[in-house]
Write a protein that binds this ligand. Sequence first.
Ligand SMILES: *Cc1c(COP(=O)(O)O)cnc(C)c1O
Length: 451
Amino acid sequence: MSELQYRLPQTRALVTELPGPRSQALTARRKAAVAAGVGSSVPVYAADADGGVVVDVDGNSLVDLGAGIAVTSVGASNPAVAQAVAEQAAHFTHTCFMVTPYESYVRVAEELAALTPGDHEKRSVLFNSGAEAVENAVKVARLATGRDAVVAFDHAYHGRTNLTMALTAKSMPYKAHFGPFAPEIYRMPMSYPFRDEAGLTGEQAARRVISQIEKQLGADSVAAIIIEPIQGEGGFIVPARGFLPTLVGWAREHGVVFIADEVQTGFARTGAWFASEDEGIVPDIVTMAKGIAGGMPLAAITGRAELLDAVHPGGLGGTYGGNPVACAAALAAIDTMREFDLPARARHIGDVALGRLRALAADLDVIGDVRGRGAMLAMEFVKAGGTEPDPDITKAIAARALEQGVILLTCGTYGNVIRLLPPLVIGDELLGDALDVVEATIRTLAGSTRG
Ligand SMILES: *Cc1c(COP(=O)(O)O)cnc(C)c1O
């Protein structure tokens, strides 16, 4: 494994209060020009970013525990990605793969066939966003099966387009008043160990879903089951072991396409190339985006050849899908993940951070649950000692962490989850410093302690 190198100093350093004067001026300009419906987690504006730091327009160096929502796993200015982008842009930025194709698209598809779970024949299509990948996975599943119904889950997040809003569970802010939504979407109970009745196994949770599908829909009207192997925006919910394999087994038996939405969990984030590998499940179609291309907009679906090749020529595509600059970035990002063994880095981050978070949870009764895998970790906050969600302390923790120079994201159906998604290239010292801040902040705000 090669040594990681950084362009910017990997330290947390504040030179103004946050947000500083330049960020405040940009916020004022933004209000007059950018629609209010677009939010930002932190009110500081980026000027530079590298490794585990984001430098803002006032010169503050912040530790990045969000990676732009699990995107910049190889860093936000990875040198191999930056060089690949510059070289490709100097030749051609676009021809449209549907007009004049190019090799890098084919190479990305070859890489995806090799990296995604299963050794069956596979085909891929490239797109621009995770939502677009999900939409197309559903299109393929419906055409290939000749069925309409799509099963999604409580707490699911699949995007913000019309079909993916329908698949997404949470109303506010993703769906409220944006309907009517796409039809033939059926929501089933997720396996959520922290909130399920005690002792419910993954297999039992899956049987509960299967029974509802069979009673309410009938297996032979279901085109697809779509699920995030670890749910992202819904709260980093890790289903009980056995849940996913049982669903996959049932889907296979009934000709239902099993779609793993690995947009957030994919590309080394959870310590494997894909989260599906943890229990050895082989999805029929995998959707990918976020971490795939070092920050460039690229998304993909990879699936069984007989499903993807069932679609008539011209049935899938898009003007920008598989843009050559984004493909060059993806190939460089994938090479980097291999060269620096980023799946192992993700496992290491998990080992370091999970131990600390669990110790903290043992001390503090406002942390109801600590969960996650690799560099996709979360704490669920509750009213002391119970299970009632506490979104207020969660927001306060993220705000206080930011004041001290740590970018920390929240998530969850109840808004009560702090999630850690650092770039996988973050150094141990910087990660340790950020965890010190997170831990001290939580201890300060928690007030009451256990025992
Ligand atoms: C982010 C996300 C999406 C949507 O991706 P966009 O690129 O924002 O459209 C879909 N599914 C999952 C699991 C995600 O985390």
